[in-house]
Ligand binder design. Sequence first.
Ligand code: PLP
Ligand code: ZN
Length: 443
Amino acid sequence: MSTVTQDAIPSDTDTDNATGAELHAEPAKHTPREGAFGNATHLQCRECQHQVTLGPFYACPECFGPLEVAYAFPAVTREEIEAGPRNIWRYKALLPVPDDIETSRNTEPGFTRLLRAHNLGAELGIDHLWVKDDSTNPTNSFKDRVVACALSAAIELDAKVFACPSTGNLANAVAAAGARAGIKTVVFIPSNLEHPKQVNSAIFTDSLVAVNGNYDDVNKLASEIAGEEEGWAFVNVNVRPYYAEGSKTLGYEIAEQLGWRLPDQIVIPVASGSQLTKVHKSFQELIKLGLVEDKPYKVFGAQASGCSPVSVAYKAGTDAIRPVKPDTIAKSLAIGNPADGIYVLDICRETGGAVEDITDDEVRDGIVLLARTEGIFTETAGGTTVGVLKKLVESGQLDTSLETVVINTGHGLKTLDSVSDRVSAAATIEPSYAAFQATGLGA
Ligand SMILES: Cc1ncc(COP(=O)(O)O)c(C=O)c1O
Ligand SMILES: [Zn+2]
């Protein structure tokens, strides 16, 4: 990790001032063991395709574009995958992790349920609707997937501290995974974050740092620390290429759980945009590997109007994403300057999807709608996704005859306050049958 020495480190929000060339100024002090990154062969710039060796590098030395993991995949069969463990390591051949990853102390996330959403589908008029419910991961959000991959990279790169700037869920996942692995964690969050998300980090680590500022401020601080401190693996800063690959497993699982088929349409929440771009990457990989049939699919992005820079750019028909100061109850999506926003625009446009946003009231409605139709309690991010799904149907942007998957990325118990004034006991009564009868709730 000590090769990361520049003062200004690119991050979710700060890619412009990256000094990627300096990434290679010093040789790495630690040489990762053979096979540390599985079938990954190198890192490759998303912008100019420049290739970089595997290591704690995340910005292109040529153009400062983001680096992505590239692979030489062996022939992988459905049967081999199906014979694997019921967690993300069943896809280890497609991830930057060693072959013995299953022996490492990690949180083993993934293989979450894909539920046929008959009731929500009927309510919205969608014929074939599924909910991919990632709220059942170890710390109740999809972030356990990305963190598991980042932890593997951090260990292989000999990091001493496992860290992140976070809008909440990532901090929960990093703190828990670090506890399991026995590695020191330090997690940074905006101080105004929902209380349950703070508790869900502080229970796993005594190094939760609440910063007076929004996520973009927290992210900047993390970048500064990464530049100053040796041996730190910031999961979404200096090991971001490996971290981001974890989101591919969401896409792999959906395809496998549909019987090795891609859905026609998929709706995904967008904060930094990493998850959306990686689900698309996963679908492309499955097609290339011959594990699913090639077919068109549409990708839709969901944001809350109080932090919707990607949706605003989409609707304006521009590639220029103007950073915003977030003001929304969907705090987990409150990234005002999304690193992968431009790629979200590309993917949604190229696949014939869209990016849409909804008000905070509609976010709350979305939470209640999913709960009352499918018995799934989602957090504000899921409320945003379900609310956007509804809006896409109403505006005719989503084809209701096509098979559609909506992703629930986090659990509602972490954002209880957002809906606690919407719901209450139907009645408070004395413990007598007569009192119950008086409520009119009898059959
Ligand atoms: C519950 C939840 N859903 C979605 C997202 C958005 O993920 P991404 O930053 O990959 O767009 C986050 C990010 O923190 C999140 O916590
Ligand atoms: Zn480049």
